[in-house]
Ligand binder design. Structure first.
Ligand code: VGL
Ligand code: ZN
Length: 208
């Protein structure tokens, strides 16, 4: 893969709560760190995202009496999966993984901080109206091709990839630098949806 100044590695939510032992652990989630550390040394630009919820966030099951983790609820913007409490602002669980090399990151974009709205996507919140500002940032800096990696394939990576593609960016997902949660077949559906949308799938080895 020949890289140019227009390329950016977008690293999604590699945070303690999504790693083994964390509050919303993604199976094998720590396996993304080694390929990411190689990639972040060679892709010209690096941007990180951080899931960043206030206490009592609407996506937490505990905010909905009688609900259990992984139940769903009808919120004002539609159906929402209810998660265990995770990535609470300022906590250890919300910190980026200690093993992740972040030194070349030019931007860390936080999302999910509105108390009543979740945000899987790094571009647009779950109400599908509130923008994070990332598309404008990328456009202003002339960054047009995105390589996505991180956690979780079937939630934050998926939604970010689809929104990026819809916004006109060239998008690739680095298949060995992502891991999924897989709720009721969501992982297979995610790969199918990304293929359908024209999102490329590439191995980290292709970066040499
Ligand atoms: C995520 C569920 C809830 C993710 C974030 O990073 O994929 N999933 N919050
Ligand atoms: Zn979250």
């Amino acid at each position: 893969m020949r890289l140019t100044e227009h390329d950016v590695l977008l690293v999604i939510d590699v945070q303690n709560d999504f790693l083994p032992g964390g509050a919303l652990a993604v199976p094998d989630g720590d396996a993304v760190i080694a390929p990411l550390n190689r990639l972040s040394a060679c892709v010209p630009h690096v941007i990180l995202t951080q899931d960043w919820h206030p206490p009592g966030h609407a996506s937490f099951h505990g905010s909905h009496p009688g609900k259990a983790p992984f139940d769903t609820a009808d919120l004002h913007y539609g159906k929402q999966v209810l998660w265990p409490e995770h990535c609470v602002q300022g906590t250890h669980g919300a910190e980026l993984a200690a093993g992740l090399r972040t030194g070349r990151a030019e931007l860390v974009i936080r999302k999910g901080y509105h108390p009543g709205i979740d945000s899987y996507s790094a571009f647009m919140e779950a109400d599908r109206r509130t923008r994070t500002g990332l598309a404008g940032y990328l456009a202003e800096r002339g960054l047009t091709r995105l390589f996505l990696a991180g956690l979780a394939t079937d939630f934050c990576v998926l939604w970010t990839a689809l929104d990026a593609r819809a916004a006109g960016f060239d998008v690739f997902v680095i298949e060995d630098a992502v891991r999924g949660i897989d709720l009721d077949g969501s992982l297979a559906r995610a790969w199918a949806a990304m293929e359908q949308a024209g999102i490329g799938r590439i191995a980290s080895a292709a970066f040499g």
